[in-house]
Unconditional design. Structure first.
Length: 184
């Protein structure tokens, strides 16, 4: 069984990217388990003063434990003002520490997503890949999925009911799982 931790870069209840994560979970291939980490909103802004053995917040411990338990990471993110959402950047900062012991280090990580604009959030995805790479993740640059026009495309249909999206998600998840197996 291959375990993939899913990080969604949006906190909004009706987020299209959360819906894409749901569709990925529902359409995971046999032998692959996707788990959406719902605690990003509880992570305090990264601060080295509270990232000490005696003071690490419980939310950061839970996040790092989830990263440690996963074979790979799938990030599904919107684009905020042409770049990475703050909640996702904060998660990367928590994932990158403690220095030399990061739970993201070497972990196969892919970034996909959707945005309202015509490019589907590619700037945010590129920035997320860059940040995860600097944090030590094994960024899977060849795995990409950008879905433009999300507000219009998914106005009347959930991504799980969009055959093209489901097929592309299956391909993404299969590729991430294959990278995790190759890294094992």
């Amino acid at each position: 069984m291959t375990s993939i931790l899913v990080l969604v870069g949006s906190l909004r209840t009706g987020s299209t990217n959360k819906q894409i994560a749901e569709a990925a979970v529902q359409n995971a291939p046999e032998g692959v388990t996707l788990t959406v980490f719902d605690g990003l909103a509880q992570l305090p802004f990264y601060n080295e003063d509270i990232d000490t053995e005696s003071a690490v917040p419980a939310s950061a411990v839970a996040f790092r434990s989830a990263l440690s338990a996963a074979d790979a990471v799938l990030v599904i993110t919107p684009e905020h003002n042409g770049t990475i959402p703050a909640v996702l950047k904060n998660a990367i900062d928590w994932a990158s520490r403690p220095y030399g012991e990061s739970q993201i280090s070497g972990k196969p990580t892919a970034v996909i997503g959707s945005a309202f604009g015509q490019f589907g959030g590619v700037w945010a995805q590129d920035e997320a890949r860059k940040s995860f790479g600097i944090a030590g993740a094994n960024v899977l640059d060849d795995i990409k999925l950008s879905i433009p026009g999300s507000v219009v495309r998914f106005a009347d249909v959930h991504p799980r009911d969009d055959a093209e999206v489901v097929e592309r998600l299956r391909d993404v998840v299969s590729a991430v799982a294959a990278a995790a197996k190759a890294a094992a």
